[in-house]
Design a protein around this ligand. Structure first.
Ligand SMILES: C[S@@+](CC[C@H](N)C(=O)[O-])C[C@H]1O[C@@H](n2cnc3c(N)ncnc32)[C@H](O)[C@@H]1O
Length: 247
């Protein structure tokens, strides 16, 4: 019989609604790393990152080769600019936030605040949220590759986060509410909290049309930002764009 991976059993238990219950029963300290060990040995670090944090085509990853796609961009920016504090808004299972945390760990400097509303596909305005962050322990999820000290997950909307915390950042990546008012809110709220020379990135800057009942609007915001800011650049099929704050 073919050996099944941990993920097979995770999905199977999830479908029976048992995974959460089991997770609560098993002490978090004991579980740490142990159930991922076989996958850690089986795959390269980058393949493991893609698999565990669900890097997908939208970030141009390739699981077979371990190509981290846009993950490399984030990693390189952070390694080169050595930010003190990073903000990531929105991620289905933590792929880009984990890469940012890995770069901080490799720099031995910096910290990632990761904010996700924890939406499920049943919510209006879920933008790809699958309920993952409410079904799983976020800190435990990041504890593989020993990232937990480099990242703090906040399961709340960016609006709630902005009201509760007033941190300043040198690097911000926005991939949460993809509607025009949603992304405009994130830009207008966090731009003043970005340091001079800091970078702000946006995902899905060219997607148009509907996501369920919700209309993509990052493209519209990006068009406005392109005119407004001196330095902006975008990559491959306009999937990701960055602006630098230099005023
Ligand atoms: C899955 S990701 C990014 C979508 C992906 N780029 C795609 O193309 O499908 C979007 C995440 O943003 C989260 N989200 C949606 N609205 C949000 C908000 N207002 N604040 C924080 N997170 C939000 C959702 O829970 C979801 O996990």
């Amino acid at each position: 019989m073919q050996k099944k991976s941990f993920y097979f059993y995770e999905r199977w238990l999830n479908s029976l609604g048992l995974f959460d219950i089991l997770k609560k029963i098993i002490d978090a300290k004991w579980i740490k790393h142990s159930h991922y060990k076989s996958d850690l040995y089986k795959y390269s670090t980058s393949q493991f990152l893609i698999r565990h944090f669900f890097g997908y085509n939208g970030h141009q990853v390739n699981h077979n080769t371990g190509n981290l796609g846009f993950g490399f961009l984030h990693y390189a920016f952070i390694i080169a600019s050595r930010p003190e504090r990073i903000l990531c808004i929105g991620s289905e299972q933590g792929f880009i936030p984990a890469i940012c945390a890995l770069a901080c760990k490799d720099n031995n400097k910096g910290h990632v605040d990761f904010v996700d509303a924890g939406k499920t596909s049943k919510n209006k305005n879920h933008w790809g949220g699958t309920g993952f962050w409410k079904k799983n322990n976020p800190q435990l999820h990041f504890s593989v590759l020993e990232l937990e000290n480099w990242i703090t997950p906040y399961i709340m909307t960016s609006k709630q986060f902005a009201k509760k915390y007033q941190y300043k950042y040198e690097y911000i990546f926005i991939d949460g509410d993809h509607s025009y008012p949603g992304v405009k809110f994130d830009y207008e709220t966090f731009w003043p909290r970005l340091a001079t020379d800091g970078m702000m990135g946006f995902h899905d800057i060219s997607l148009k049309g509907l996501n369920g009942q919700d209309e993509y609007g990052v493209w519209k915001m990006w068009k406005e930002l392109n005119k407004k800011h001196k330095l902006s650049f975008e990559y491959l099929d306009n999937s990701v764009g960055f602006i630098q704050k230099n005023e």
